[in-house]
Design a protein around this ligand. Structure first.
Ligand SMILES: [Zn+2]
Length: 203
């Protein structure tokens, strides 16, 4: 027997509506960079689970240093990854004096440079700074139901009082995903997203 909440969530998904989550600036680190920034033998300490299974906000924080400014105590997300990646909004880039391309997460080749500072050391990245392409995490069952394919591009209309339609939103299908759209703070502010918000997928 499904409970009421599951039925409601199911009905929302079937109609092509997806919950929108706003990603603040954050960092993913390699194991090696964790050791440099936080000391030999250091590991990330999970503080709070994120909506995607296995992903968490860690207790650790880093400072970001660009040509024009700094951002203190920026969130580090775990677990560690094969390459260190900094995800900024365009506004962050302007304030920091950093140039970063619009990219999908994990696609860091030839992306922006900057310095990370931890309590035990600093890491200067030769690449890894990106502005994240807005995307929708889709579990396979939902993808099948909505006839969505991995890497497909769609439009998504924000169900807000400023109903901006985002184009070129990447669909990512994976058995380990929960159904969520991710946008950054610039996109959220442009569309007056605050609190619980749904997006309507338009193909
Ligand atoms: Zn995401």
């Amino acid at each position: 027997m499904q409970n009421l909440m599951e039925q409601i969530v199911g009905a929302i998904s079937r109609s092509g509506l997806v919950e929108v989550e706003v990603s603040a600036r954050h960092v993913h680190l390699t194991e090696r960079d964790v050791q440099i920034l936080f000391g030999e033998g250091a590991t990330l300490t999970p503080k709070r689970d994120l909506s995607q299974p296995g992903q968490y906000l860690s207790e650790e924080r880093v400072n970001l240093i660009g040509a024009k400014g700094r951002k203190e105590r920026v969130a580090v997300l775990g677990p560690t990854r094969p390459s260190t990646q900094v995800e900024l909004s365009k506004s962050d880039c302007i304030e920091l004096g950093v140039t970063a391309p619009l990219r999908e997460s994990g696609d860091v080749k030839g992306s922006g440079t900057m310095t990370l500072e931890g309590p035990c050391g600093t890491v200067t990245l030769t690449e890894g700074v990106i502005v994240a392409q807005s995307h929708v995490h889709v579990p396979p069952e939902t993808a099948q139901m909505l006839e969505l394919k991995d890497k497909q591009r769609v439009c998504v209309e924000m169900m807000t009082e400023r109903p901006v339609i985002f184009k070129n939103v990447v669909i990512r299908v994976n058995g380990n995903f929960n159904f969520r759209m991710h946008i950054d703070f610039d996109e959220a502010n442009a569309a007056a997203v605050s609190g619980f918000t749904l997006g309507k997928i338009i193909k």
